[in-house]
Design a protein around this ligand. Structure first.
Ligand code: PLP
Length: 338
């Protein structure tokens, strides 16, 4: 809460919250959006920042794409926008239809935000143990939530959404982010070209944790097409039961239809506790409050960087800050001892 100040008035004094002082420097994005008045055009063109103290690896740079700067607060605004626009273009989404999908939260926030702005109802299936903050945000944006068994994870939500769609296909636009090419194409069309431009083509490695796999597949396909020699590494939680919201341990999950097992140059297995420790470290050493999977991506990037150092190779590693810490601040790990 902001502090109170005493303000003189004719009746004596009254208390009011101290007004925000102006930012010391411009907070405008470095790239002007195509249409500054349109919410959808504010998605993407996110900052790319270099890690300093958390990436103490000689000859190796680690860069983080700050996707929490998107208006819905996550990387998933990109596929949500593309899936909805593609649905409209194809005629499958039209006024009066409800946007329906299974989502661990962030794509749902994107759908709910864009649905509200474009006048569509949004119905989402998600595991009941999704963070309370996500559920509050989704409901605040007017989405209807269908909560599924937490023990079944995102697969339970996926099975439920198919049931709902089968029961009334005409009323719904089933966005199906796990099988919809518009998911990975969003990253092919926007995330990867931004990375190439922001690193001036110097990116040598890309790494990302897998959820629907859209971020990894779309970004890697474009990087591999346009940047000679680039290596793209996927990462996954090391165990089926884990705390890295939004991501999947594929060997024990329904594999998304958009996944391409031949694309990655390698895969790194990530422990939840290492994500928590990295979230604490990056907060204190870089001033960046990361979500858990974003911290996991830094764990993966550092691991790649350590390999490069051991092999005596330089590198420019790029990874994704999928979302920020806001939705996880009530989780207990922030003040654990390291
Ligand atoms: C916080 C978070 N991290 C990572 C991911 C994984 O991204 P993708 O679905 O593009 O593989 C998601 C997906 O919803 C997410 O919400």
């Amino acid at each position: 809460m902001r502090p109170l100040e005493r303000v003189p008035s004719r009746q004596g004094f009254f208390a009011r919250a101290v007004p925000h002082s102006p930012a010391p420097h411009s907070l405008r994005p470095s790239v002007e959006p195509a249409n500054p008045g349109n919410l959808l055009d504010q998605i993407g063109n996110t900052p790319l920042v270099r890690l300093n103290r958390s990436a103490d690896l000689p000859g190796v740079e680690i860069w983080l794409k700050l996707e929490f700067a998107n208006p819905g607060g996550s990387v998933k605004d990109r596929p949500a926008r593309n899936i909805i626009l593609e649905g409209e273009r194809s005629g499958r989404l039209a006024p009066g239809k409800t946007i329906l999908d299974a989502t661990s939260g962030n794509t749902g926030i994107g759908y709910a935000m864009i649905g509200a702005a474009r006048g569509y109802k949004v119905k989402l299936c998600l595991p009941a143990n999704a963070s309370p903050e996500r559920k509050l945000i989704l409901r605040a944006l007017g989405a209807e939530l269908v909560l599924t068994d937490p023990g079944e994870g995102s697969d339970g939500a996926f099975r439920k959404v198919r049931e709902l769609y089968a029961a009334d296909p005409d009323a719904h636009f089933y966005a199906d982010q796990y099988n919809n090419a518009a998911n990975w194409e969003a990253h092919f069309q926007t995330t990867a070209p931004e990375i190439i431009r922001q690193t001036q083509g110097q990116v040598t490695h890309f790494v990302a944790l897998l959820g629907t796999t859209g971020t990894f597949i779309g970004t890697s396909r474009r990087l591999k097409r346009d940047v000679p020699g680039v290596e793209c590494w996927s990462a996954q939680p090391a165990t089926p039961l884990h705390g890295v919201e939004g991501t999947k341990h594929l060997p024990a999950s329904i594999v998304p239809g958009i996944y391409d097992p031949d694309l990655a140059d390698g895969n790194l297995w990530i422990d939840t506790e290492d994500c928590y420790a990295m979230a604490r470290r990056v907060a204190r050493e870089e001033g960046l409050l990361l979500g858990i999977s974003a911290a996991g991506n830094v764990v993966a990037a550092r691991r790649l960087g350590e390999r490069l150092v051991a092999e005596g190779r330089p590198g420019v590693i790029v990874t994704i800050a999928c979302d920020g810490a806001a939705k996880y601040l009530n989780e207990g790990f922030w003040n654990d001892p390291d």
